[in-house]
Design a protein around this ligand. Structure first.
Ligand code: MOS
Length: 698
């Protein structure tokens, strides 16, 4: 596949220019938040609760304060106050952000104090010397779907009578589970802050500088314009850097407590497992009813997920089943278990990623039960319209993805029966799963400014965050196209709250919302300044509303294929091949798009085989909170991962025709792996991660 095959010939968009930030990143000169050289910084080290529920009775900081270089020990008794009644955006959980505002402990690992010191070493050493006395209260951190206190956050979505769906010649009724997972971007959550003269400056590792500005300003009771957030380079986010979490607020409190002084806080890996959210575990009860021909008469999905007594967050794992397949009788619902645990958060494709696992494995089970090809059973259930809303799809090319993937993957060569192929002691199988991710409205508003600098050069500015996706490069391409100039004439500025507001990098909306905004700005520019602008000519454009948004169901689709090898004696599981074919609208930069897709698929592989945060409910903490015990797919785990896409024209989604690609790559991957493992061995694994003990003796 060549990059240029997917773009309009003669334009910058659709080709695959290399990342403009690549050389600086490779050379280590692209500054991440912690790396800004600030004069004479102080260092913040959090002290975390060792009980899961209770109240701080006393913080004995005498020993810590005696450590040379310690400047202050912050506790709930002395920390600066926050406006905990502040109105925050819908993404933020104010109770989670009310750091050191009371002595109450709501989950183990919560920040109960912090040391600020002249050196990193002094801060961390002193933090270990802080003694906290608690009144400990009984806690409950045990997640299960057998609890009477699970509640439905909203009424179940119902159509028809799913209980009596007919025909029900074939019924698949099973329970599927996905593990709790923790976001671990390469760059941990980091804040560098200074408060001086009523202005707050932050170098922050974030998916949205304006979201940080607004939230921090509201908590401090400041004008948003007095909070400045700089984040041009971010070492991955995957969702946990969308909503704010306690460490950002802690660093801000330290800065406010030490006016004029820079303070720095970077989390350790272990702290990442307590303080910045996680993907809820899910338990999905799925019931598919079908005729003998595999046509669905009923789809019933009830997902039990975890939330927190601190504040609610619902992992919408029953959501994706709503729009996938045609069936007259349907029910999708959630049951939420609130625990003495930290608040869950976004993790790449929240809802969709875990929520496609149960239904897509169930579809595989249905296929085998009906004696049908798993691709055929999906094709037989393709809906004419969105079964959830009745709206037409703006475009839906799942079938094309399945067919193209089958062709490329060599699907026709698979063994006819599970367990039918053994090579050198390895059982070999192939699996498939479908993938979908909605075109969601962008989280926040966007503006972009275009300025003609003279000598043919244009500057394009907006506060968008490139969290490693390639936005620096792709937005320059979009701007070059919109302005009708070569790519090298465009200078992009991103990631700074002094630039025009841009929506959060979330929901795979970045390129489409920021790109559409740049299109609007280019139109404004031409309208105001014509084809021969004077140097200094400027125009600002606003994210256009999409007139088609309410009239169509809009989704990107994909088909995920996996080859799995399970060792007949040891049960070791390997995935030598993953192949995805996606239909995600227009692909602006083939190079960065491919790495989004394959990155998502790799993360899906990691979910399938490795990632699992293990909670010890007796104490309420994650016991495997480090990279030795929480395994993330490494080079040796990742073999041949291929992403392809089909040409898709969808003018209804936005002026670019782009659907968003950051998340769909992870959706469906784990189901494809589990389905392939079944094909290899005849053992059906319904709980992630898939482990070697699932196969030993089976
Ligand atoms: Mo992404 S999990 O929508 O930030």
């Amino acid at each position: 596949m060549t990059a240029t095959a997917y773009g309009r010939p003669g334009t910058a968009t659709g080709t695959g220019p290399p990342r403009s930030d690549g050389p600086a990143k490779a050379a280590g000169t692209a500054p991440y938040a912690y790396e800004y050289r600030v004069a004479d910084p102080a260092y913040v080290a959090p002290v975390q609760a060792t009980v899961a529920r209770g109240r701080v009775l006393e913080v004995d900081a005498a020993e810590a304060e005696a450590v040379e270089g310690v400047i202050a020990v912050l506790t709930h008794a002395g920390a600066p106050g926050l406006d905990t009644g502040a109105e925050l955006s819908g993404l933020q959980r104010v109770a989670e952000l009310a750091v050191l505002q009371s002595g109450e402990v709501s989950y183990r690992g919560q920040v109960v104090a912090a040391v600020v010191a002249e050196t990193f070493e002094a801060a961390w050493h002193a933090a270990a010397l802080v003694t906290v006395r608690y009144e400990q209260w009984p806690h409950d951190a045990g997640f299960s779907d057998q609890r009477a206190d699970a509640v439905a956050p909203e009424e179940d979505h119902r159509q028809g009578e799913v209980e009596s769906a007919a025909p029900a010649e074939v019924v698949v009724e099973q329970t599927y589970a996905t593990a709790m997972q923790h976001n671990n971007p390469m760059e941990p959550h980091t804040t560098v802050a200074r408060f001086e003269g009523g202005e707050l400056f932050l170098y922050e590792s974030t998916q949205g500088s304006y979201e940080v500005r607004r939230t921090v300003a509201a908590l401090l009771g400041m004008e948003p314009e007095r909070v400045h957030v700089v984040a041009p380079y971010v070492g991955g986010g995957f969702g946990s850097k969308g909503p704010l979490h306690a460490p950002t607020v802690l660093a801000v409190l330290a800065a406010v407590a030490l006016p004029g002084r820079w303070v720095k806080l970077a989390l350790t890996r272990r702290q990442m497992f307590a303080l910045v959210g996680y993907r809820s575990p899910t338990i999905q009860r799925v019931r598919l009813s079908a005729g003998a021909d595999g046509r669905l008469s009923g789809v019933d999905v009830v997902a039990t997920v975890q939330s927190s007594h601190v504040a609610d967050f619902v992992e919408e794992a029953a959501g994706p089943a709503k729009s996938m397949y045609a069936a007259p009788n349907r029910r999708m619902g959630h049951r939420v278990v609130r625990l003495d645990a930290a608040v869950p958060t976004w993790m790449r494709a929240p809802g969709e990623c875990p929520g496609m696992f149960g239904p897509e494995v169930a579809m595989d089970e249905l296929a085998w039960a009906c004696g049908l090809d798993p691709i055929e059973v999906r094709l037989r259930n393709e809906p004419e319209r969105d079964p959830h809303t009745g709206k037409p799809f703006s475009s839906r090319n799942l079938a094309a993805c399945l067919r193209e993937g089958a062709r490329r993957f060599g699907w026709a060569d698979r063994a006819p029966e599970p367990g039918g192929r053994v090579e050198n002691g390895w059982r070999v199988g192939m699996g498939v799963a479908a993938s979908a991710y909605p075109v969601v409205p962008p989280p926040g508003d966007s503006w972009a400014r275009i300025r003609y600098e003279g000598e043919g050069v244009y500057a394009v500015s907006l506060a968008a965050a490139d969290i490693g996706t390639g936005a620096w490069t792709a937005l320059a391409q979009v701007a070059a196209d919109a302005l009708g100039v070569p790519l090298e004439r465009v200078r992009v500025r991103l990631g700074d709250s002094s630039l025009p507001e841009a929506s959060l990098a979330g929901g795979s909306t970045g390129l489409m919302s920021w790109g559409s905004t740049i299109h609007a700005a280019a139109e404004e520019f031409r309208r105001g300044h014509g084809e021969r602008p004077e140097p200094g000519a400027e125009a600002t454009g606003h994210l256009p509303a999409n007139p088609a948004q309410d009239d169509y169901a809009m989704y990107a689709y994909g088909a995920q294929f996996a080859e799995v090898r399970v060792h007949a004696a040891t049960g070791e599981v390997r995935v030598p091949r993953l192949l995805g074919v996606f239909a995600a609208g227009r692909i602006v930069n083939a190079r960065t798009a491919r790495s989004q897709f394959t990155g998502g698929m790799t993360m899906g592989l990691s979910m399938a085989l490795h990632e699992e945060s293990v909670v010890d409910a007796r104490f309420g903490h994650v016991v495997n909170g480090d990279f030795a015990e929480y395994h993330i797919a490494a080079n040796a785990d990742v073999e041949d991962v291929q992403a392809h896409w089909i040409d898709e024209e969808d003018p209804l989604v936005n002026p670019l025709g782009a659907k968003g690609i950051g998340e769909i790559g992870i959706v469906g991957t784990a189901a494809a792996v589990a389905n392939a493992a079944y094909h290899a061995t005849g053992v059906r694994v319904r709980s992630l991660p898939v482990r070697l003990d699932d196969f030993i003796g089976a």
